[in-house]
Design a protein around this ligand. Structure first.
Ligand code: KIV
Ligand code: ZN
Length: 517
């Protein structure tokens, strides 16, 4: 079977970021974009530049970073949105403007309050405007999965005539089933007269757990671009997961007449990076990247795998990044070895001072922990980056006392704008007591929306990676920190979230910002 190229369009930084609580800073987006670029993702959708200045800046920073991937900016079918997106991506070596408009009866009537002919005119004008910025223009029919096929044919034909080179058919609300969605792609390709002038793209949400199955049904019916996210991150139940789609077409080349150029060994490190930055950790039984995805527990399976791996495994764990680069730095590792290890992980620093800072943190960790794995290094760098954000608050000391049948108590010393302040509080556990002591000094009034602890690697000396999500007004931030002591990691993570909340010019969540436009 001959194999076409299947383009991978990653929207972790845009649709993925629309997961409530997953908003990322500019620096975090750039780190993820570097990992996606290294993985050879064809197109990275970096954000929605018209949403806010912060979003614009983040997309522009990604555009200036990527070497391999095309960088796309999303825009509603409005001149001002398109110009913001065009401006934000124009410094990328390869840029794309992605414009969309709702095409289903419910979107046109209730949201846009527009007649179908006016929607079509708007789409054509948007594509033409976007072509003034770049030849690479994508047009999406939002809620295509619930749109009327005749109208889709008309608007897609007009968008292609106006210069769209990719047409995307989103199942925006995750309503379709595979046979229906695959049939939709096939019939549109057959009915739209100029369908051969564009790449057909699928974009599926996971509300009924069918995003990957629907995307693959689209691919079997002629789509040659898949829109997806790392770990399936995304709005509500998420988007189709990149790693599952890529490995499905790679593993079943007998079924799919296409393949991607993805560097699959980068999948696991990138999955870990996204989880680490967003605080959305993957469940152990998640395909490809879950901790148990390649683990064999039952004796019969273990015996089979030892005799011949293929008895119970259809992919090699190493091919998606498991066990590659596992090892290992330790207290005797020098600065050069440390720097080249980070470079292997795609982490570089602009100044020697930044490297020195992370190296000092590494040495501290090496004193507490015997072996330091790639995941520990990623967490260390995340912490160094997040502390750079704004150091209004710093944890100076923490003392907690907990004993059975005694109410836990925490004493805390914080530097607030450089001045040391101290407080004590009790709580129903050591973490609760530490948070209450911090809050009594800072008085943020923020509501704790998520507290999660994840063990970065195995073993009792593993670092605990803590995510704290705080809500203040309509702002949601994630604080992260890692430490071999999880109470300290928790307090540092809480302080990190408070620092993010105290930032001036904070980047509002793109959807909240866009709702005000
Ligand atoms: O789900 C959707 O319809 C989208 C579009 C903006 C492409 O994310
Ligand atoms: Zn979407």
């Amino acid at each position: 079977m001959s194999h076409d190229k299947l383009y991978v369009f990653d929207t972790t930084l845009r649709d993925g970021e629309q997961s409530p609580g997953a908003s990322m800073t500019k620096e975090e987006k750039v780190r993820i974009a570097k990992a996606l670029d290294r993985m050879k993702v064809d197109i990275i959708e970096a954000g929605f530049p018209a949403a806010s200045k912060g979003d614009f800046d983040a997309v522009q920073a990604v555009a200036r970073t990527c070497k391999y991937s095309t960088v796309a900016g999303l825009a509603r079918a409005k001149e001002s949105d398109i110009d913001r997106a065009g401006e934000a991506v124009k410094d990328a070596p390869k840029s794309r403007v992605h414009t969309f408009i709702g095409t289903s009866p419910i979107h046109m009537q209730a949201k846009l309050k527009m007649e179908p002919d006016a929607v079509l005119e708007c789409a054509v004008a948007a594509v033409q405007r976007a072509r003034q910025w770049t030849d690479d223009v994508e047009f999406s029919c939002e809620d295509a999965g619930r749109s009327e096929a005749d109208f889709l044919c008309r608007i897609i034909e007009a968008a292609i005539d106006a210069g769209a080179r990719t047409v995307n058919i989103p199942d925006t609300v995750g309503y379709n089933v595979p046979e229906q969605y695959g049939g939709l792609i096939r019939s549109l390709r057959e009915r739209v007269p100029n369908s051969d002038k564009a790449v057909w793209s699928v974009h599926c949400h996971d509300d009924l757990g069918m995003a990957v199955a629907n995307s693959l049904a689209g691919v079997q019916n002629g789509a040659r671009q898949v829109e997806c996210t790392i770990n399936g991150l995304g709005e509500r139940a998420g988007n189709a997961s990149l790693e599952e789609i890529v490995m499905a077409v790679r593993t079943r080349r007998d079924v799919f007449p296409c393949d991607t150029d993805i560097e699959t060994t980068e999948i696991l490190p990138t999955s870990r990076l996204v989880a680490n930055i967003t605080g959305f950790h993957v469940q152990p039984n998640k395909a490809i990247v879950g901790a148990n995805a390649f683990a064999h527990e039952s004796g019969i399976h273990q015996d089979g795998v030892l005799k011949a791996r293929e008895t119970y495994e259809i992919m090699k764990a190493q091919d998606v990044g498991w066990n590659n680069n596992r090892m290992v730095m330790g207290k005797h590792s020098g600065r050069n070895a440390f720097r080249s290890k980070l470079e292997e992980l795609g982490i570089t620093f602009e100044t020697a001072g930044e490297l020195d800072d992370v190296f000092a943190r590494f040495k501290d960790l090496a004193d507490k922990k015997h072996e330091i794995f790639d995941e520990d290094l990623q967490a260390l760098v995340t912490e160094a980056y997040t502390e750079e954000v704004n150091e209004r608050y710093q944890l100076k000391r923490l003392h907690v006392c907990c004993e059975s049948d005694v109410v836990p108590e925490a004493s805390i010393a914080l530097l607030i704008d450089g001045e040391e302040k101290q407080a004590k509080a009790t709580g129903d556990g050591p973490v609760d007591a530490a948070f209450k002591a911090i809050e009594s000094l800072v008085e943020s009034g923020a509501e704790l929306r998520l507290y999660s602890v994840n063990s970065i690697t195995g073993g009792t000396d593993a670092q605990g990676e803590v995510t704290v999500r705080l809500l203040q007004g309509d702002r949601v931030v994630n604080g992260q920190a890692a430490d071999t002591d999880i109470v300290i990691a928790s307090a540092k993570s809480y302080v990190n979230a408070l620092n993010k909340l105290s930032q001036q010019g904070f980047r509002e969540h793109p959807q909240i910002a866009a709702a005000d436009l």
